[in-house]
Design a protein around this ligand. Structure first.
Ligand SMILES: Cc1cc2nc3c(=O)[nH]c(=O)nc-3n(C[C@H](O)[C@H](O)[C@H](O)COP(=O)(O)O)c2cc1C
Length: 394
């Protein structure tokens, strides 16, 4: 044994070291915190403790860095419409029946050739890589597990549509942010269709693609900052010119590249709904983009009845923006939507618990929908109509 080894062995005994470590651990605030269930920040809740969608939002808040949480949560301007999207559900009562329907309600349907076990789809949302290392593949696996919930893949996903589709799970649709140069749309449209997308959703509402918060919160950046392209003279507070050119006739050009059903996303007026039919769309999504574009628009829920009345059943009317609970979905259906898309909800599931989080959060909303239908005495989607709601929109 060298002199140095001898000194080391004599310095502190193994027993002493272990005793010291044990004393440190037992005195640690972390261990103490685990025992104190009443301190709200004492521990991070587990997947089995999640009761509703809002529990997942809290869990995602705990797990994600602030910039990523904010990117999902925030909206445009003063966020009046963010609040209004949720308030709108308070302005719609559900009319309960004392004795519910017999057994489990029938919730399956077909939309434009896509089979759904529940009238619920995943709205397209960007850049899942910020939420989970397996990106959209992880989201898709959660959707497939939750009764093959259809997923609308964003044009600005973190991985190519074809790579997501390789998993061969539930139905996939593709969302396009159209380009002004018609030919530039061909590649994303053709590759998504070759990979088996069941429908194409063309988002036409995000003409101003700039979130005020993004300007003010310097930390809010999912990707390395690049100089943005602004319309007119360059200025930090201008919006992107590439989303300012949309004209209805773009759909005639896109139609030559799309062989599956095509929907327009971002409709908020009866006039635009009628224009969508006139220009050959197979469906529309009533949406204010989760209040991430123009602030002070109405919520989707408020405008749904007039849009559904104008459309007169000619094409399916889907809706999103603000839907969180199964009872919210039921309200949307009662006001005439064929199905509802969830935007932030699955992002919270993915950001908190990965694929099992996506699956569980969707299953919770699905179960809440079935329960609400039963309590309102509706045994099938066909029985869901305006008679089960009373609206008090301002
Ligand atoms: C973080 C985030 C990213 C989004 N990215 C897209 C997108 O890439 N394409 C698109 O059409 N809509 C996008 N949306 C809008 C959603 O498709 C959907 O309209 C909206 O989230 C619905 O509102 P909700 O979040 O209250 O459910 C995004 C929404 C969020 C929250």
């Amino acid at each position: 044994m060298t002199e140095r080894e001898a000194r080391w062995r004599g310095s502190v005994s193994r027993r002493k070291a272990l005793a010291g470590l044990a004393a440190f651990v037992t005195g640690s605030e972390h261990l103490h915190g685990q025992r104190d269930l009443f301190r709200d920040h004492s521990r991070v809740a587990g997947l089995d403790e999640m009761r509703d969608v809002f529990d997942f939002e809290a869990a995602a808040y705990e797990r994600l860095d602030r910039a990523t949480y904010n990117y999902t949560a925030r909206g445009g301007g003063s966020e009046f419409t963010v609040r209004r999207n949720r308030d709108a559900f308070d302005w719609v009562d559900l009319v309960p029946r004392a004795i519910g329907g017999p057994g489990r309600p029938e919730t399956s349907l077909d939309i434009l050739g896509t089979p759904l076990q529940f009238p619920i789809l995943l709205a397209p949302s960007a850049a899942h890589e910020a939420l989970h290392p397996d990106k959209e593949e992880a989201t898709y696996s959660g959707c497939t597990e939750a009764s093959a919930t259809p997923m609308i893949v964003s044009h600005v996903a973190s991985m190519p549509f074809a790579d997501i589709a390789k998993a061969n799970g539930g139905p996939l649709w593709f969302q396009l942010y159209p380009s002004s140069e018609l030919e530039q749309n061909r590649e994303p449209l053709v590759s998504a269709q070759n990979a088996g997308c069941g429908a194409v959703v063309v988002t036409i509402d995000q003409q101003a693609s700039f979130y005020d918060r993004e300007v003010h919160d310097r930390n809010l950046s999912l990707r390395p900052r690049r100089p943005a392209r602004y319309s007119g003279s360059a200025g930090r507070y201008r919006f992107a010119s590439r989303r300012m050119w949309y004209e209805w006739r773009l759909f005639e050009g896109l139609r030559t590249m799309v062989n599956v059903p095509m929907l327009a996303k971002g409709i908020l007026t009866r006039e635009d709904a009628l224009l969508a039919i006139e220009h050959g769309l197979d469906g529309i999504i009533v949406s204010n983009h989760g209040a991430r574009t123009l602030d002070y628009t109405p919520s989707s829920l408020e405008v749904l009845p007039e849009i559904v009345e104008a459309v007169q059943g000619r094409i399916p009317v889907l809706a999103d923006s603000g839907f969180r609970r199964g009872s919210d979905v039921l309200k949307g259906l009662a006001l005439g939507a064929s199905a509802v898309c969830l935007g932030r909800v699955p992002r919270w599931g993915l950001g908190s618990f990965g694929p099992p989080g996506v699956a569980r959060i969707l299953e919770i909303v699905q179960e809440e929908l079935a329960e609400s239908m039963t309590r309102c005495g509706t045994a099938s989607l066909a029985e869901v109509g305006p008679s089960i709601v009373r609206t008090h929109f301002p």
